[in-house]
Write a protein that binds this ligand. Structure first.
Ligand code: FE2
Ligand code: FE2
Length: 222
């Protein structure tokens, strides 16, 4: 089944522009989540329109309330009357639940398969991408931290909390492509000196090219 043209046009025209002033959660991130999500939708035989929609809406509530952005994003999806043209009430309920359950810090399994796939699609199993997104989030939310070392230690500790009881970075689904990506990432990331060197490179870049100031003063996502 292909994506509904009208739905896609609506999302591209009216939802994507809302990510314009987001940095860590801008369109590069959203497009990467969409790509992963469509791969998982294919693998698990899920509804492609639902998969595309939840990936597109999942971080939209970030400028409202970071700590509860998953709930704000779910609310925006649920209250979007335009979506009623494309989905049934139960489908909208399933999608809202999935968006609400996407956080990587969440310890309980998402309530439905769409939520499991969305959460796994949202993971950055790439040290450079993670460094870029996480340092920005850290600068925005922890202005009291002064040095690179302070930010790096906080970031590193935060991500390591996602290692589950089996000793691996948690995944809810078992798609072989994501597992392979996770395993490669895990090997690199747990070499802390290597991870630090990648974060430091990114830190120096954003300190020297004005991006750091822009993250703090211009971008709206946290
Ligand atoms: Fe998120
Ligand atoms: Fe996200």
């Amino acid at each position: 089944m292909d994506l509904n043209d009208e739905l896609m046009q609506y999302i591209v025209g009216c939802i994507f522009p809302k990510y314009e002033k987001y940095y860590s959660h801008g369109m590069t991130h959203i497009n990467s989540v969409i790509t992963n999500m469509m791969m998982l939708a294919d693998y698990y035989g899920l509804d492609k329109n639902m998969a595309y929609t939840i990936a597109s809406y999942h971080d939209i509530g970030l400028n409202i309330d970071r700590e509860n952005h998953e709930k704000e994003s779910a609310k925006i999806l649920k209250n979007d009357s335009k979506l009623k043209k494309f989905f049934t009430e139960p489908q909208i309920g399933t999608m809202a639940e999935a968006v609400e359950d996407h956080r990587g810090s969440r310890k309980e399994k998402p309530r439905n398969i769409y939520g499991e796939c969305l959460s796994d699609s949202d993971r950055d199993f790439d040290v450079s991408i993670l460094a870029k997104r996480q340092l920005a989030t850290s600068l925005k939310n922890y202005p009291q931290l002064e040095t690179f070392e302070d930010h790096f230690e906080r970031c590193y500790e935060y991500i390591c909390r996602r290692i589950n009881k089996s000793g691996v970075f948690n995944l809810w689904t078992s798609n072989p492509i994501l597992i392979e990506r996770r395993d490669k990432f895990q090997k690199e990331y747990l070499n802390k000196n290597y991870a630090r060197s990648i974060y430091k490179k990114e830190w120096d870049r954003i300190s020297n090219d004005g991006t750091k100031e822009k993250i703090i003063n211009y971008y709206e996502d946290y």
